[in-house]
Design a protein around this ligand. Sequence first.
Ligand code: G1P
Ligand code: ZN
Length: 550
Amino acid sequence: MAIQTIPTQVFTDQRPGTSGLRKKVGVFMQPHYLENFVQALLNVLNASDASNQALQGKTLVLGGDGRFYNRAAVQMILKLAAANGVARVLLGCGGILSTPAVSAVIRRRQAFGGIVLSASHNPGGPDGDFGIKYNAGNGGPANETLTEAVFARTKVLTELHLSNAPDIDMDRLGLQQVEHMQVEVIDPVADYAALMRELFDFDLLRGMFNRGFTLRVDAMNAVGGPYAKAILEGELGAPAGSVVNAEPLEDFGGLHPDPNPVNAQDLIAHMNAADAPDFGAAMDGDADRNMVLGRNFVVTPSDSLALMTAHATLIPGYKDGLLGVARSMPTSAAVDRVAKALGLPCFETPTGWKFFGNLLDAGRVTLCGEESYGTGSSHIREKDGLWAILFWLSLQGATGKSVQDLVTSHWLLYGRNYYTRHDYEGIAVEVANALMADLRAALPTLQGRAFGQRTVSLADDFAYTDPVDASVSKNQGVRLLFDDGARVIFRLSGTGTEGATLRLYLESYEDDPVHQNEPVQAKLTELAAVAEQVAGIRIRTGMTGPSVAT
Ligand code: G1P
Ligand code: ZN
């Protein structure tokens, strides 16, 4: 075994997006592509103290969602880590760790940080996507200062430091060695399961299953499977087979592991069938997202966050109440109404989980959520799919109400925020940029303008000043806020790997119970027409409608 220094050429496209560096597998498989990014990361981490050897004596956590290239990437990262001074790596057995589990392990074991190999909900396999992101010592996604520093480093990188040690056996639990670096292969589920036991009343949940409660959890052939099986079936006694598509596959078995009603159609069909189980749920590629359903009833993520907030004290982990709540800007304002009623601080952040980190660390919020099927709490610094499933199970167990009952009685009390997101995928980048630039230029003319019965009370480009560190994030999305509580929001995705994706978010508020059970898309057609009128999406893109509407 020896540590080698190898010259390398710069790649100019390694700027991390909303959630780490994501590219097509083919891009990652180019010689030195992964190596360069990891080397730049390790250089930046080492430079975080004056010695320039900040990783000396430190532990990193490593694991991924099991997608194609996960295993090769693990071996490569170990060789780089060993050559760059890392003392110890905690590696999920088989190279497997869900995103929430990485966060949990970093925090429980007080690691310096962790590397997650995942492109989240993006498709996998040789023609799919791969991704890598760094989580800091708080267990949360690296902040923008760090990701920008890594990007800057990738542009001037000249050499790699790499061990030529043989591959380790990542399927064998216990200690191994790469150079002087210790690799401990750990059970991917154990730390995470211990954390869930601290938050939820497992006896209550066991009792539910004993009395015949049924559920179907679709892990979409992704990394959530082993966690859901071990906890729901193994520990809580849910009937065998309650967790389906439970084995992580390199290509997710061809499924698109993005839990929404469009991609999880099989689950929707089961929940709409005559013999539907009491509760349904799905998770995404790295198990940080969740979709929850009742019989013939889909819960929107924005409503999910609002209901969790309203009922949090029923859960042991939150029985003393919440410090505050946060949602991303495009997420519906349903939670704001609950926060107001409960007297809780409520924060509106830009899209991406990293913006919740400071609020959680500073003890300003306990729950956070995004419209994109992500909810989480201060137990870790990532959103957490299985945690959300356990939360909703607990709500049903504690109240004895069905999912549909819980949600419709919530609407009666707080009103309903009708909500949809329209994605226009694969737009030419120039077209998308021009559309956003023109919208921004038109903001002054939109302010105060009337559309039918509604008037725009605020037209702006969302900017956020972090209340903890005062950092400012600009250009986070164009917002049209109307006088009746409706909102139309435009932003470009920061996680796609092909062209640009325009996301259009539509929301209207309905406090009249007579009108709270209407079809969502129909209810929002008028706002969709406003969006079309001001942005000209169809004319500019040549698309006749959104690629996906959820
Ligand atoms: C998307 C979601 C966002 C989420 C991110 C990572 O980002 O919209 O809420 O945090 O994935 O899971 P986007 O593609 O919109 O930048
Ligand atoms: Zn994810």
